[in-house]
Design a protein around this ligand. Structure first.
Ligand code: AHR
Length: 496
């Protein structure tokens, strides 16, 4: 049986575990908001119409930051529609997803929900159909203490203390031809600069995210980031990255190796941002906000024009299998291994729409397979990320050539070591973990998300078919920790 080896040394680290890496995304899309997080009248709904069952699951997942309100939705959104007395709010056409938007859920409801989840907002402003003025107005409404038009309106709406929202996204996917009010790189770079300037005057403590490319297959990937940042580098803190990894667009091995593409993506964006920083003679280095990532069979989506006008329609309610959980685990591992340069990451989305949490209107909520690697990583990745030196057998893939069957990351927190590992291969993988330099360990645990059938899923009728389970058999031999990773699995091995 082929085996793999990991070497860990506490002297070699990537950086601290950034808690914002465990972010999620709530967009006014399909049933993410309506009948997802918000369903007045549902048996678990509280007085604000928030589904407590979904709040509990989001807490269990360990979600730390939530991007809102879009996505493509934000590019034709008027934030003022979603604040104030609910019965007075207008119903609008949302052009992004051809939805009837009632505005029953808006900023106030989102912030209340977020408080219950215990997470931080990552707020996006509309730079598609709107601009500098509406963005600074929203910031004044949200963060200014009082005594001005917009801050007093917030107080009139019953929110005396400012929300103090720190992270703001300057639009969404502005390079996309599908984006309402899309821009060229020069148009967007200028607008991002001017919007950032105005917003920083209102609240200098905010952190700003400029839009990078919508995905790395865009023909302008790289040049978009370079041009945009030449205009707004000094005004922003992050450049965004978005990526969805498709289960059906390639062979299964390529799908399981999707993290190779995320690795290239991160390296490409960092290189481009640093190139602009060097050209500008700036000592500042930007971080990446990977604020949309997930697995999504996007090639099966018929596109926005295939949708009919509806309120809370069922759009891209993907069902995930064991293989999807392994891919999500390997993407989380890649994000951790770049904790020095990726400062924010949001899995897209939280409920129903390509989501770890599924709900039925008037019915239950349950955990999809991809819920588990997220929850296990958010719970166990603490302290500092260690550099992992790995040797592993390779497997052939159509898209990426030979790829190691093993993906791994490790964190160390006050003597407690957590190793996150994905076996992409179809056979059990023995792994020897060399713990040199780490104090002797005796307590070991190994939890896996795996299944006899890589296509196994959790459904409303069988919501617990795929769950984490403890694996016996890990051994310690001197400095060496030995484990066997089941075929196509995500694993957390802990030693203390
Ligand atoms: O998450 C679904 C959509 O994917 C988002 O609205 C958009 O930003 C991306 O293209």
């Amino acid at each position: 049986m082929e085996s793999a080896k990991l070497t860990l040394d506490p002297a070699f680290e990537v950086g601290p575990v950034e808690r914002r890496l465990f972010g999620s995304f709530v967009e006014h899309m399909g049933r993410c908001v309506y009948t997802g997080v918000f369903e007045p009248g549902h048996e678990t709904a509280d007085g604000d119409g928030l589904r407590r069952d979904v709040i509990e699951l989001a807490r269990e997942m360990g979600v730390t930051a939530v991007r809102y309100p879009g996505g493509n939705f934000v590019s034709n959104y008027e934030w003022e529609d979603g604040v104030g007395p609910a019965p007075e709010r207008p119903t609008r056409l949302d052009l992004a997803w051809r939805q009837i938007e009632t505005n029953a859920f808006g900023l106030g409801e989102f912030m209340t929900w977020l408080g219950e989840v215990g997470a931080e907002p990552v707020m996006a402003v509309n730079l598609g159909t709107r601009g500098v003025r509406e963005a600074r107005d929203l910031l004044e409404y949200a963060n200014y203490p009082g005594g001005t038009r917009w801050s007093d309106l917030r107080i009139k709406h019953g929110v005396r203390e400012p929300y103090g929202i720190k992270v703001w996204c300057l639009g969404n996917e502005m390079d996309g031809p599908w984006q309402i009010g899309g821009k060229t790189a020069v148009e967007y770079g200028r607008l991002a600069f001017e919007t950032a300037k105005a917003m920083r005057r209102v609240d200098p403590s905010i952190e700003l995210v400029a839009c990078g490319s919508s995905n790395m297959r865009m023909p302008t990937f790289g040049s978009w980031e370079a041009t945009v940042l030449e205009h707004c580098y000094d005004q922003v803190d992050y450049i965004s990255a978005h990526a969805y990894y498709d289960a059906v667009a390639g062979d299964r091995a390529s799908y399981l190796a999707s993290a190779v593409e995320m690795e290239q993506h991160i390296q490409g964006v960092i290189a481009t941002a640093d190139h602009v920083g060097a050209k500008l003679g700036s000592r500042k280095r930007l971080k990446i906000s990977f604020d949309e990532w997930n697995v999504w069979s996007q090639s099966l989506f018929g596109g926005e024009d295939s949708l009919d006008w509806a309120h809370a329609p069922r759009i891209i309610e993907e069902e995930y299998d064991v293989a999807g959980a392994a891919v999500v685990g390997s993407l989380l591992i890649t994000l951790l291994n770049h904790a020095d340069r990726v400062g924010i990451a949001c899995q897209a989305q939280l409920a129903n729409v390509i989501a770890p949490i599924r709900t039925e209107p008037g019915g239950p909520a349950w955990r999809q397979t991809i819920f588990h690697p997220f929850a296990l990583t958010a719970a166990n990745a603490r302290g500092r990320v260690l550099r992992v030196q790995a040797t592993a057998p390779a497997m052939p893939t159509e898209r990426y050539g030979e790829v190691p069957v093993l993906a791994a990351a490790a964190t160390l927190d006050e003597g407690e070591l957590s190793v996150f590992a994905v076996n992409r291969g179809g056979t059990p993988l023995p792994v020897a973990i060399d713990l040199r330099g780490l104090p002797r360990r005796s307590g070991i645990s190994h939890v896996t998300v795996a299944g006899d059938d890589p296509a196994a899923r959790n459904t409303e009728r069988d919501p617990r078919r795929v769950e984490p389970r403890a694996v016996q058999g890990a051994t310690i031999d001197g400095d060496r920790l030995n484990v066997v990773l089941p075929p196509i699995s995500f694993n957390v091995v802990k030693a203390s």
